[in-house]
Design a protein around this ligand. Structure first.
Ligand SMILES: [Cu+2]
Length: 306
C-alpha cells in the first residue's frame, strides 16, 4: 500500500467518525436485547428517513468508518464465542465463529497477510495479545491466549469476502482473582524486553495527528526493524471508557524505497473524541514480535508543561 493510500484510508476513516457516532448509538439501541417488541425482522427499528438514497449512502459510510469493536453484531455479521468464560493460564484455547447472512463465514479477504486478526485486551489494559487464529472448514476459528483473571474484550478484525472490513468485539470473562488496576496515565515512554519505545506527538479529537514512535535498545537507535505483517509497526488504540478500537498502520511500508527500518515509525491517527487512549505498538526485531504499551490523552485546549 502506498503512503498516499494509507493516508487516505486513515483520513476517510476519520472524516466519517463525527457523523456516524450518532448512528452507532442508534444501532446500539436497535440491537438492545431488552427491546423485545415483536416487530417484523425485516422492519428497521428506526425509520431510515424519507430519502432512500441518502440512507444507502449513510449506511455505506457507517460500514467504512464506525470505530470498531463497540458492537458484537454489525452489518449482518456477528462474533460468537464458543464459550464467553475461560479459566486463567497460558495457551488457553479460544474458539469462535463469525456468523454472516448465510451462516458461519468461511471466506475472508487477506488483510495485512492474515484473514483475521484477533486482539485481546484486559479491560483495565493490563493484558494485550494480537494473534492469528486458524480457520476450520466449517468456519470455526481457533487460537490460544495467555489469560490472567479479569474481564477481557476480544476484537475480531477481518474483511468477509464481498463485504466491508469490520471489527466486532465481545466480552470474555476469565475466572480467578482480578487485579483490576486503574489504567495507566499518560505514558510516553515504556520499556519492553530491553527495548525503549517513546512516542512524540499529541492526539487531538477529530484531527489527524502525527505520532512518531521511536525504538531504541540500550540507548542505541534500532535501525533494522523487521517487517511484521507488511509494516514496521502496528498500532492499536483503545479509548478508555468503552474500548472503541482503532487499528492504524504506519505511513510508508517496507521496501517502498522511502521508509526507514527504524528507529522511527510514523502513524497518522485521528481519534474520534477527547479522552485518554491506550496505545499498543507491535514491532518486530531479531525475529521476535514485542508489544509496547503507551497512553496518550488528547491535548485539546491544553498547554504543554503543566
Ligand atoms: Cu494481526
Amino acid at each position: 500500500m502506498s503512503r498516499d493510500t494509507t493516508f487516505v484510508r486513515v483520513l476517510a476513516f476519520a472524516v466519517g467518525l463525527a457523523a456516524v457516532f450518532g448512528l452507532a448509538v442508534a444501532a446500539g439501541a436497535a440491537l438492545d436485547p431488552v427491546d423485545t417488541e415483536p416487530a417484523s425482522a425485516h422492519e428497521p427499528a428506526h425509520e431510515p428517513g424519507a430519502d432512500g438514497a441518502a440512507h444507502g449512502a449513510s449506511h455505506d459510510a457507517s460500514s467504512a468508518s464506525l470505530p470498531g469493536g463497540l458492537m458484537s453484531a454489525q452489518d449482518g455479521y456477528r462474533l460468537v464465542l464458543a464459550d464467553p468464560r475461560l479459566s486463567p493460564g497460558a495457551a488457553r484455547p479460544l474458539s469462535f465463529t463469525i456468523e454472516g447472512p448465510d451462516g458461519a463465514v468461511t471466506d475472508y479477504d487477506v488483510e495485512h497477510e492474515q484473514r483475521l486478526h484477533l486482539i485481546a485486551v484486559r479491560r483495565d489494559f493490563e493484558g494485550f495479545q494480537h494473534v492469528h487464529p486458524t480457520l476450520g472448514a466449517d468456519g470455526t476459528w481457533t487460537t490460544r491466549l495467555d489469560l490472567t483473571g479479569g474481564s477481557w474484550r476480544v476484537f475480531a478484525d477481518f474483511s468477509p469476502t464481498g463485504g466491508e472490513p469490520l471489527t466486532l468485539g465481545a466480552d470474555l470473562a476469565v475466572s480467578g482473582p482480578s487485579a483490576a488496576a486503574p489504567p495507566q496515565r499518560e505514558t510516553r515512554t515504556t520499556t519492553v524486553d530491553g527495548y525503549t519505545v517513546t512516542v512524540a506527538g499529541d492526539l487531538a479529537a477529530g484531527e489527524l495527528a502525527e505520532l512518531t514512535l521511536t525504538v531504541t535498545r540500550a540507548g542505541v537507535p534500532v535501525t533494522d526493524l523487521q517487517p511484521y505483517l507488511g509494516a514496521y509497526g502496528h498500532l492499536v488504540a483503545l479509548r478508555e471508557g468503552d474500548l472503541a478500537y482503532l487499528h492504524v498502520h504506519p505511513s510508508g511500508e517496507p521496501g517502498d524505497g522511502v521508509t526507514a527500518a527504524g528507529p522511527e515509525v510514523e502513524f497518522g491517527v485521528e481519534v474520534p473524541s477527547e479522552g485518554a487512549y491506550q496505545l499498543y505498538l507491535d514491532f518486530r526485531h531479531d525475529g521476535v514480535v514485542r508489544t509496547a504499551h503507551l497512553t496518550l490523552p488528547t491535548s485539546a485546549g491544553e498547554e504543554h508543561g503543566h
